[in-house]
Design a protein around this ligand. Structure first.
Ligand code: BES
Ligand code: MN
Ligand code: ZN
Length: 491
C-alpha cells in the first residue's frame, strides 16, 4: 500500500473513494467541508437522512456519479474532541470498510478530526499505521496465498500543502515496516524461525540498511563464559546465537541506547516441561527479539541522530539427554552462580548473559524486552506491558513514549524486599522465586545483572501476541521503543 500527502483542489479531485469523519454531528475539518461544497452538499444531505450510526467507528458508504465515485463516512461519536483510542477505532473501522469496496485508490481526510492534545503529524502517523495494521497478512506458509483482498493500493492524505505531513507519512511507513518484520518473525513457526534464522534475518537487515551486524556462535559464547545462555540451548539440536546490530546515527563518543531481546524461538519448558494445551503459542517466545529487530529496522529507515545497539539472545528451550536439569548450577558471564530450579524459567537465563555483554557498549540506557512471565499476564492482562525500572526518569520516558505511540506500559515494583525470594542454599541465587509476584521476582533476577547502567525491563508476555481467532503477533512494543528512541534523539 502506498501513501502520499496531497494538496487537494476539491473541484478537480478524482478519486475512487473519499474518506471523511463525522464528529459531533458535523463533517470534521475544513478540507472535508470544502469537499462537500464541491460535491453539492451531498454529504450533509446524506448525514441529514440519519443513516450513519452515532457509535464511534460506525460507517456509511455514499455512492456518487462523477469524479469522486464514493464517499466513506465514519463516525467519531458525539463529543467535540476524540480520545486517542476513539480516533484509532474510527480509523480502523474506516480502513476495514474501505477494503471491502472496489476502490483502487482513496483520499482521506481522517486526520482532520479533533483529537485531544494531538497535532496533525500524530494523526497522520496514526492513520497510516492503522491502515497498514488492518491490511497486514501472513500467508507465507500457505501453499496458495489467500485470495488478494480488495481495497485501495494507494491512499492520499489530503493536506494544505504537499510538504505538510510528508515526514510524518514517511516515519509512519518506517514504523509499519518495522512492525511488519516483527509480526512476520513472531508468526513464523519454530521449525522455520530458529536462532540461526534470526541471525540470518539480522544480517539481511544489516545489508539492506547499513547496520553493522555481528553474530556470536557457541564457541564465541563459551569463550566469553556465557554459561547461563548456553545452558538453555543444551537440550536442543538448534545452536544458540547472540546477535548484535549497531545503528550509528550520532558521533562515536555518544553513549548508545541498548535494546536486548529475549529470543527463545520455541519454549517447551525444557525438562520442566510445559503442559501440551496451547504450547504452540510458545513459538511467540522470541517476540522480544522480534521487537528489537523491528525497532532497528524502523530506526534505520527514519535515521535519527542517536546511537542504538540491538542485542538478541536466541536459543531454543528443549528437553533432551543433554538438557539442563532442575538443581543444575551454572556460572553466568558476570561470575554470579545460578541454581536452575525450573528449566522453564529460561528467559532470564539467556537475558542475564546478554545484559552482562551489553556493559561493553557503555550504554546511556539499556531496555530489555521479553515474554518473560505468565505472572505478568495475570497481573496486567493484555493491555499494558509490564515496566520494571529503578530510575524514575527513564521509567517516565518509557511510559510517555508508550502513551504517544498507543503502546502502553504500566510500572511495576522492583523493591529489594522481593530479592529474598531468589535465595538459594547452594548458589548465589535461584532462577525462580516462587508463585508470589512472579513477574517481579523475574525482574529482580535481571536487576542483579544490570547494576552498571540505567536499565528498564519490559515484560511483554501479555501484549506481544493475540490468542484465539485473531491469533498472531502484535509487533508490540515496536511503536513504544521507536517513539522512545526518536524522543531521545530529539525528533
Ligand atoms: N515464556 C514463558 C512465559 C510465558 C508464559 C509468556 C505464558 C506468555 C505466556 C517463560 O519462559 C516461562 O515459562 N515462565 C514461567 C516462569 C516460572 C517457571 C517461574 C512462567 O511464567 O510460568
Ligand atoms: Mn519458559
Ligand atoms: Zn520462555
Amino acid at each position: 500500500m502506498q501513501f502520499s500527502t496531497k494538496q487537494v483542489n476539491p473541484e478537480k479531485l478524482r478519486t475512487d473513494c473519499a474518506v471523511v469523519a463525522v464528529q459531533n454531528g458535523k463533517l470534521a475539518g475544513a478540507g472535508a467541508q470544502a469537499l462537500d461544497q464541491a460535491l453539492g452538499q451531498a454529504l450533509i444531505g446524506a448525514l441529514g437522512r440519519g443513516d450513519l450510526g452515532k457509535r464511534v467507528g460506525a460507517t456509511q458508504l455514499v455512492s456518487l456519479d462523477g469524479n469522486v465515485q464514493r464517499v466513506l463516512m465514519v463516525s467519531l461519536g458525539e463529543s467535540a474532541q476524540a480520545s486517542d483510542r476513539q480516533f484509532v477505532d474510527a480509523c480502523t473501522a474506516a480502513y476495514k470498510s474501505l477494503a471491502t469496496t472496489a476502490s483502487r485508490d482513496a483520499t482521506s481526510w481522517l486526520h482532520e478530526v479533533a483529537v485531544e492534545g494531538r497535532e496533525l503529524d500524530w494523526k497522520i502517523q496514526r492513520s497510516v499505521r492503522v491502515a497498514r495494521d488492518t491490511t497486514y497478512r501472513f500467508d507465507r506458509m500457505k501453499s496458495k496465498p489467500d485470495p488478494a483482498p480488495k481495497g485501495p493500493a494507494r491512499i492520499a492524505l489530503a493536506v494544505g500543502s504537499a510538504a505538510e505531513g510528508r515526514a510524518a507519512v514517511a516515519s509512519a511507513q518506517a514504523l509499519a515496516n518495522g512492525m511488519d518484520l516483527a509480526k512476520d518473525l513472531g508468526n513464523l513457526p519454530g521449525n522455520v524461525c530458529t536462532p540461526t534464522y534470526l541471525a540470518d534475518e539480522a544480517r539481511r537487515l544489516g545489508k539492506a540498511h547499513g547496520l553493522k551486524v555481528q553474530v556470536l556462535d557457541e564457541k564465541r559464547m563459551a569463550a566469553l563464559k556465557m554459561n547461563t545462555l548456553l545452558s538453555v540451548a543444551k537440550g536442543s539440536a538448534q545452536p544458540p546465537r547472540l546477535i548484535v546490530l549497531e545503528y550509528r546515527g550520532a558521533g562515536a563518543r555518544q553513549a548508545p541506547v541498548v535494546l536486548v531481546g529475549k529470543g527463545i524461538t520455541f519454549d517447551t519448558g525444557g525438562i520442566s516441561l510445559k503442559p501440551g494445551a496451547g504450547m504452540d503459542e510458545m513459538k511467540f517466545d522470541m517476540c522480544g527479539a522480534a521487537s528489537v529487530l523491528g525497532t532497528m529496522r524502523a530506526i534505520a529507515e527514519i535515521g535519527p541522530k542517536i546511537n542504538v545497539i540491538g542485542i538478541v539472545a536466541a536459543a531454543e528451550n528443549m528437553p533432551g539427554g543433554r538438557a539442563s536439569k532442575p538443581g543444575d548450577i551454572v556460572t553466568s558471564m558476570s561470575g554470579q552462580t545460578v541454581e536452575i530450579l525450573n528449566t522453564d524459567a529460561e528467559g532470564r537465563l539467556v537475558l542475564c548473559d546478554a545484559l552482562t555483554y551489553a556493559e561493553r557498549f557503555k550504554p546511556a540506557a539499556v531496555v530489555d524486552i521479553a515474554t518473560l512471565t505468565g505472572a505478568c499476564v495475570i497481573a496486567l492482562g493484555h493491555h499494558h506491558s509490564g515496566l520494571f525500572c529503578r530510575e524514575d526518569d527513564l521509567a517516565e520516558d518509557l511510559i510517555a513514549a508508550g502513551r504517544t505511540a498507543g503502546d502502553t506500559c504500566w510500572r511495576m515494583p522492583l523493591d529489594d524486599e522481593y530479592q529474598e525470594q531468589l535465595k538459594s542454599p547452594f548458589a548465589d541465587m535461584a532462577n525462580i522465586g516462587g508463585r508470589d509476584a512472579g513477574a517481579v521476582t523475574a525482574a529482580c533476577f535481571l536487576a542483579r545483572f544490570t547494576k552498571q547502567y540505567p536499565w528498564a525491563h519490559l515484560d511483554i508476555a501479555g501484549t506481544a501476541w493475540k490468542s484465539g481467532a485473531a491469533k498472531g503477533s502484535s509487533a508490540r512494543p515496536v511503536p513504544l521503543l521507536t517513539e522512545f528512541i526518536l524522543a531521545r534523539a530529539g525528533n
